[in-house]
Design a protein around this ligand. Structure first.
Ligand code: NAD
Ligand code: IPM
Ligand code: MN
Length: 364
């Protein structure tokens, strides 16, 4: 379509601060390239909504959001007021599961102008493909003998053949589309002795069955994997992992590129049966909320991924170039403090990217 219907959910904390800049950049790209974006904002899926209504979302959330092509999402969580598992299982994790967004796609790239905390980062440019609906994030388990000395708490890891195969196939295909054609899988098969070896077996079977001889495929245990991300991140191209391992790698990777504030993600239902959801990787950041200094790049880049997902290549390309150009200029009164800026704010950085998209000068 030349038009997209987008459900906009700012959520909590800095989600509400970065969303307006994300929307301004999306609108700028739409205006420049003649796309019709219909943006409808919802206040549910936030802790404020929970405090008013006793639930994170209205009962009909599924049918309401199903009417949209995609969801553009900020962040959820007010951990001092609503327990995180209540707010997240009542919103974001429900979307991922009930909309079968089984791929979490998270690019990790060292952008020009942003200092890495690593002394020798090299050219960091990899994609994390995270399983997004099962694995360690399961609701199977419980407590017995609660409140006694014999208390037992169990939460099962669930891996289904369909679930494992579809994320591995997605990652194999993504690796094939990239120049380096290199896939690395994260497991922990020495210690977690049932589910993790199963993941390894499925990777071996799928890569053999489907003839991926043109790819370089390797695997690491997650512990040394995290070490390699710090010691030599430029060796990675496409990285695939379970729900929990993908979660960890997708904060660690972006931290090595300077700040998690720039990292975006797509929660994708590849069949398009349900809306996909695009969001920054970061959370609601209560520690900086209200200061106006949250980095808006993760939010803006997530919008870029959304346009790319729907095939709007020119608009997506312009958004990415605008982000890169403004960061490369690196004016300290424009970029936010997490990237070394001095007086830069959410507004100054987002507005500079917006101006670039429209074809103007980014840094005044
Ligand atoms: P967080 O990502 O919110 O913050 C971690 C650290 O990174 C903080 O110091 C924060 O200030 C900094 N940071 C994050 N985003 C930034 C940005 N855009 N610019 C500059 N600095 C940034 O993670 P947390 O502290 O573990 O979680 C806080 C709350 O957010 C919790 O309720 C958590 O459950 C929730 N959370 C939500 C999501 C989501 O909605 N997708 C993701 C992660 C955490
Ligand atoms: C993320 C977040 C979520 C996750 C939390 C908030 C449940 O950390 O999107 O990376 O663990 O998936
Ligand atoms: Mn995370």
């Amino acid at each position: 379509p030349q038009s997209l219907r987008i459900a906009v959910i700012p959520g909590d904390g800095i989600g509400e601060e970065v969303m307006p800049l994300g929307l301004r950049c999306l609108k700028a790209a739409a205006a420049k390239f003649g796309l019709a974006l219909e943006l409808t904002e919802f206040e549910f899926a936030s802790c404020d909504y929970y405090l008013k209504h006793g639930d994170m979302m209205p009962e009909d959330w599924h049918s309401t959001l199903s009417a949209y092509d995609a969801i553009y999402f900020g962040a959820v969580g007010m951990p001092d007021i609503v327990p995180d598992h209540v707010s997240l299982w009542g919103s974001l994790l429900k979307f991922r599961r009930d909309f079968d967004q089984y791929i979490s796609l998270r690019p990790c790239r060292l952008l020009p102008g942003i200092p890495s905390p690593l002394s020798n980062p090299g050219d960091i440019d990899f994609w994390v493909v995270r399983e997004n609906t099962e694995g360690e994030y399961s609701s199977i388990g419980g407590k017995i003998f609660e409140g006694t000395e014999r208390e037992v708490v169990i939460q099962e890891t669930v891996m289904t053949r369909i679930g494992v195969d579809r994320v591995l196939n997605y990652a194999l295909n993504l690796a094939r589309s990239r120049p380096k054609k290199h896939l690395t899988s994260a497991t922990k098969s020495n210690g977690i002795s049932i589910t993790m070896p199963y993941w390894d077996e499925r990777l071996k079977a799928l890569s053999a069955e489907r003839g991926y001889d043109d790819l370089k495929i390797d695997k690491f245990h997650i512990d040394i994997f995290t070490a390699w991300i710090v010691l030599n991140p430029s060796q990675f191209d496409v990285v695939v992992g379970s729900n929990l391992f993908g979660d960890i790698l997708s904060d660690l990777g972006p931290a090595c590129t300077g700040t998690i504030g720039v990292a975006p993600s797509g929660n994708i239902n590849p069949e398009g049966k349900f809306p996909s959801l695009f969001e920054p990787v970061h959370g609601s950041a209560p520690d900086i909320c209200g200061k106006g200094i949250a980095n808006p790049v993760g939010m803006i880049w997530a919008g870029q991924m959304m346009l790319q997902h729907f095939g709007f290549k020119d608009a997506a390309g312009a958004m990415m170039r605008a982000i890169e150009d403004v960061l490369a200029e690196g004016a300290s009164h424009i970029i936010t403090p997490d990237m070394g800026g001095s007086t830069g704010t959410t507004e100054s950085l987002g507005a500079a990217i917006e101006r670039k998209i429209l074809g103007g000068a980014g840094t005044p």
